[in-house]
Ligand binder design. Structure first.
Ligand code: ATP
Ligand code: MG
Length: 229
């Protein structure tokens, strides 16, 4: 199947429990997200935010209910197509023991060195280019990254991947306020045409999002835009 240019999402009464758990991590989630909408997902720790994003990548399948991407059930979409259609900034970012270049290329194998350097500049990681440039070794036997640098590396990967659906799990966690607003502006600007779901704890910057969803205990308890809530 072809990778769609724009992605709309529908969730219908989606319920999910992790293996061996009696309590549902998600409990009857119904959502309609038009293509191009930017959505914030808020809620206390453990309420199911990351689980929701993971179901959208088919890391797990719902116990009940259905998830549709452009009206097609997720289960009917090939894994390769899904991977190309979705960019993810996970809550826990994985750094590979490899060069800076290879850590970025896994998101976009065809990217040129110039593109990689541009994106690193956009996310404020040009410092990583100082010593051996894109050949700098990261991870074991090389440079370790701070929490904030790791998050920005993941955002750089997502920007390079350039998929129509972006799932961001706490993308600005661990960043200072100035860097945070720069990164959020970059995300909103470069992803303007894309569908964006962003898990966040921060209340700052929510006015820039089209829709805010508040979760509690696996359910959606509030939904609306900044003015409505
Ligand atoms: P946080 O803000 O702390 O990241 P969250 O809203 O992302 O929280 P989830 O990670 O989605 O919360 O977790 C939802 C519930 O599912 C929690 O009760 C959590 O303990 C449980 N859970 C998460 N991952 C697993 C797993 N792999 N196996 C079993 N239970 C899990
Ligand atoms: Mg989480």
């Amino acid at each position: 199947t072809e990778v769609p240019e724009r992605v709309a999402l529908q969730l219908r009464e989606v319920t999910f429990a992790y293996a061996g758990q009696t309590q549902n991590a998600l409990d009857g989630i119904t959502l309609d997200i038009p293509a191009g909408m930017h959505v914030a997902i808020l809620g206390r720790t453990g309420c199911g935010k990351s689980t929701l994003l993971q179901l959208l990548t088919r890391a797990w399948d719902p116990r009940q209910g259905q998830i549709l991407l452009n009206e097609t059930p997720l289960a009917d979409i090939s894994e390769a197509t899904l991977r190309q259609a979705i960019s993810v900034v996970p809550q826990r970012v994985h750094l590979f023991s490899a060069t800076l270049r290879d850590n970025l290329l896994l998101a976009a194998p065809a990217a040129s060195d110039d593109q990689l350097r541009t994106v690193l500049g956009q996310v404020g990681l040009q410092k990583l280019l100082e010593d051996e440039g894109l050949n700098s070794w990261l991870g074991e036997g090389g440079r370790q990254l701070s929490g904030g640098e790791l998050r920005r590396l993941a955002i750089a990967r997502a920007l390079l991947h350039d998929a129509p659906l972006m799932l961001l799990d706490e993308p600005t966690e661990g960043l200072d306020a100035t860097t945070e607003s720069q990164i959020l502006e970059l995300i909103h600007h470069t992803m303007r045409e894309k569908t964006v779901l962003m898990v966040t704890h921060r209340l700052r910057g929510l006015a820039d999002l089209d829709q805010i969803i508040v979760m509690d205990n696996g359910r959606i308890i509030e939904q609306g835009n900044h003015a409505e809530l």
